[in-house]
Ligand binder design. Structure first.
Ligand code: HPA
Ligand code: ZN
Length: 334
């Protein structure tokens, strides 16, 4: 079996995916026209040409600008359905979608519009593709904890449809401890907790995310490699890391994919997974992340299977569903 066929056949979960980051320029322009919204670019080509990033912030500036095209529940539905079609084609059996309500409510979009559109897409994806999914509300860390509490308040009537919370946006200068009280409240509400940490921020932010926010997974986490004691802890506690290789190269966390530390993290015994982050901006969906990483780092089939197994083991799903996917994974021959 060739590499791409093998990778597609591997049952896998995508656990680090910002749904706003799946907005391809073609859909962005179609929605902007439908909604009579002005974009900072004049064409699809000009938009794609602008996707050359120096760091996380330079990406976030464009990502928030593009999200302005999203207004109605139908827009969020169309966005998520386009993602699910791609994910299904890549052999994703389960996807956990991050969404950033503050990006939308700040523009006057109702929280319910965002959630209704995404929710409907999740049900439709289950029916059409058999994909299971979860919604994870992300708080923007460049905003205040108070703003986060106001967002949680808006989410309360919808908690049956929200499985967890995360923390994203500009990392430097916004440590996890800024959101200690908010995450404590989310834990009391029974929500799963994850946080971006150690993408651009220091290893100490990963420690804070674990000890102060008590998260169950770390999003990115690649800078853990700078702290041997933390590395040993992550291996011992088998904390899943949702690594996004193409994102890391585009945002210059690593100069090239060949220099990415994913294999080193795997070799150190960490529970690493591969994900696409914001695929419309970073040049590849999850299969492309697996494929390019496999080639750049010379990963074996056993290592690729381990990465997919890690993603299934780290998913926020019941054990019965997980067991079915794991059985399919183990049955897959090389
Ligand atoms: N890091 C932080 N915030 C984000 C990202 C990311 O990779 N993608 C979308 N928001
Ligand atoms: Zn991310």
């Amino acid at each position: 079996m060739d590499l791409t066929t093998y990778l597609r056949a591997l049952p896998k979960a995508e656990l680090h995916l910002h749904i706003e980051g799946t907005l391809e320029p073609e859909l962005m322009f179609a929605l902007a026209e439908r909604n009579q919204v002005a974009l900072p670019w004049h064409s699809v080509e000009e938009t794609r040409a602008a996707y050359a990033f120096a760091d996380l912030q330079s990406f976030l500036d464009l990502y928030y600008a593009g999200a302005a095209a999203l207004i109605h529940a139908q827009d969020f539905f169309d966005l998520a359905m386009a993602y699910f079609a791609r994910a299904h084609a890549d052999g994703v059996v389960h996807a956990e979608l991050f969404f950033d309500p503050q990006t939308h409510t700040a523009r006057g979009v109702a929280f319910a519009s965002v959630l209704d559109g995404l929710e409907r897409a999740c049900s439709e994806a289950r029916e059409r593709y058999g994909i299971s999914s979860r919604l994870i509300l992300c708080f923007l860390r460049h905003l205040s904890e108070e703003d986060g509490f106001a967002t949680l308040e808006q989410a309360l009537p919808h908690l049956a449809r929200i499985h967890g919370v995360g923390l994203d946006s500009s990392e430097q200068g916004h440590p996890p401890s800024k959101f200690a009280r908010l995450f404590a409240r989310c834990r009391e509400l029974g929500l799963h907790c994850v946080a971006h940490a150690g993408e651009e921020g220091p290893p100490a932010y990963i420690v804070e995310a674990l000890d102060v926010l008590k998260v169950e997974r770390i999003d990115h986490g690649v800078r853990a490699a700078e702290d041997p004691a933390l590395l040993a802890r992550l291996a011992r506690e088998q904390v899943p890391l949702t690594v996004c290789p193409l994102s890391n190269v585009k945002l210059r966390v690593f100069p090239t994919l060949q220099q990415h530390n994913l294999k080193a993290l795997l070799d150190a015994g960490l529970k690493v997974t591969i994900n696409s982050d914001d695929p419309a901006y970073f040049g590849g969906y999850v299969l492309e992340n697996y494929r390019q990483t496999a080639e750049a780092l010379q990963l074996s089939r056993a290592e690729l299977q381990r990465l997919a197994r890690n993603s299934l083991e780290a998913a926020f799903v019941g054990d019965a569903e997980r067991a079915l996917w794991l059985a399919r994974l183990e049955a897959l021959a090389d």
